[in-house]
Design a protein around this ligand. Structure first.
Ligand code: G6P
Length: 477
């Protein structure tokens, strides 16, 4: 196999296999962000193809080399559903759902991380760069460094990193930090996440930290400085703007309003069906507003898109039951023949349809209890080329750090959430415009391309420092 100078390692490959057996690019923004780098560097992407036991050879797709890592049904159960999504996911999202600590899951996580590290080590050329993505692969940086000390290694953590008081519950807390410290640059969404990580390192290892640098002692007695810093991720804003400008997408937005019975105001929630998203809190507030008579079903509709996710994990099955019970109750109490209180859609949609929905929605509700970033908030803002619409945004979503002109809420405070929803519904056009313009400026300036450039340039400076240091050693020898 030919090798690549630049390799991305992520749990999932950036493609899905359709029913016809054809590969299609998956909707996520990461692949769009990395595409230019991939093309320039003849890049490769190492990841799982999304189905059990699919053992296929590396293949070319859109100018990238895709290197599949097969996962058996057992790997999926123990490494993906178990350790990744029933231990790390709830623990890192402030134990909203109780994490389960099972030794067999951990053993599978170590074994699968090793396979990803080995696949990356085979795919990358001498002195190349590897960028590891997210919590499913936290051990890969150090494993890779041991296999290939010549590499420059980056890691980006897409989800929150919790406070030490919570993180310390993890029986394997030292091993995970050691895994991450194998990277030269460890990127987080928020400054607070980077701070939590650095504090955990200090508590457990007593390593010296200065600004964003952590001095990691090496086996040969020297130290290596790893950088732990915030690089807030974003979206391909131009792609959303282009879609929002398309006449067919705008016509679809009108059609959506029409099919909901032309309510005066449409509220919108768009989430993976996940307990971190605060969907129940949002529905509780909405249901109480109907009950209090502050809104009525003819005038205001809530559209909730909840895309199916991790459906074999218990906590997700339970959540689905709870949400669907809540929707049924609210609709049963308030629907009329012509109007529905909540239009609930347990489906995923293509990007065009999402942009049409964003254009149709007067108020976007992002009520996450904890969220690494929340790209839906940024997508809504990018799509509002008319500078209208109001974003209600949880302070517990990473996006709140940048999107200061949104209406900020604490989703646990149902009374305040209700008042903020009313304020959004009643917000005059001039104020909507003032806020939306400021929000749009932020999202357009800090798009996903800026994100990947800033991470990769931090990585490149580590690399050039290392080359310089080598040069000096050689020169003085
Ligand atoms: C979050 C994670 C990603 C993950 C995505 C979808 O955004 O940070 O790493 O890919 O959710 O979840 P899934 O389990 O379907 O990959």
């Amino acid at each position: 196999m030919s090798t690549a100078e630049f390799v991305v390692v992520a749990n999932r490959l950036p493609v899905d296999r359709g029913a016809d057996g054809e590969w299609n690019r998956s909707p996520g923004g990461l692949v769009a962000a990395l595409e230019p780098v991939m093309q320039r560097a003849d890049g490769a992407w190492v990841g799982w193809a999304g189905q059990p036991d699919l053992d296929i050879e590396p293949f070319e797709f859109d100018g990238m080399l895709l290197v599949p890592v097969p996962l058996s049904a057992e790997d999926i159960e123990l490494y993906y559903e178990g350790m990744s999504n029933d231990t790390f996911w709830p623990l890192y999202h402030d134990v909203i759902s109780p994490p389960r600590y099972r030794r067999v899951w951990w053993e599978a996580y170590v074994a699968v991380n090793r396979r990803f590290a080995e696949a990356a080590a085979t795919a990358v050329s001498d002195g190349g760069t590897v960028w590891v993505q997210d919590y499913q692969l936290q051990l890969v940086p150090q494993m890779l460094r041991e296999l290939r000390p010549d590499l420059t290694i980056g890691y980006f953590h897409h989800i929150p990193f919790p406070a030490y008081g919570l993180y310390s519950q993890l029986p394997w807390r030292r091993q995970v930090l050691e895994g991450l410290m194998g990277a030269d640059v460890i990127g987080f969404q928020r400054v607070a996440d980077a701070g939590n990580f650095t504090r955990s390192i200090r508590r457990l290892f007593h390593y010296e930290t200065r600004a964003s640098g952590i001095s990691v002692p090496q086996a040969d007695g020297t130290t290596r400085v790893a950088l732990a810093k915030a690089f807030p991720i974003s979206i391909d804003a131009d792609a959303y703007i282009e879609l929002a400008q398309r006449p067919d997408v705008q016509a679809r937005a009108l059609e959506i309003r029409e099919s909901l019975g032309n309510p005066k105001k449409i509220l919108l929630g768009v989430d993976r069906l996940d307990y971190t998203k605060g969907i129940r809190h949002r529905m509780k507030a909405f249901g109480e507003l109907l009950q209090d008579g502050r809104i009525n079903v003819e005038d205001v509709t809530l559209v909730q898109v909840a895309s199916p996710s991790r459906e074999r994990v218990d906590a997700y099955m339970q959540l689905r039951d709870e949400i669907e019970l809540t929707v049924g109750r609210i609709n049963g109490d308030y629907d009329t023949m012509g109007h529905t209180a909540i239009r609930y859609l347990h489906q995923g949609y293509p990007r065009e349809e999402m942009v049409a929905l964003y254009l149709a929605a007067d108020v976007m509700l992002v009520t996450a209890l904890r969220d690494g970033m929340n790209l839906v908030a940024k997508e809504y803002v990018a799509a509002r080329i008319d500078n209208r619409g109001t974003l209600v945004l949880s302070e517990f979503a990473g996006a709140a750090d940048e999107l200061g002109m949104a209406l900020r809420i604490n989703p646990h405070d149902i009374g305040a959430l209700k008042n903020t929803i009313m304020r959004a519904i009643e917000m005059p056009g001039a104020e909507q415009g003032r806020r939306m313009r400021a929000l749009r400026r932020k999202v357009i300036e800090n798009d996903v391309d800026a994100w990947s450039r800033s991470f990769l340039s931090a990585l490149a400076s580590v690399r050039s420092r290392r080359t310089d240091a080598k040069g000096t050693t050689k020169g003085s020898a």
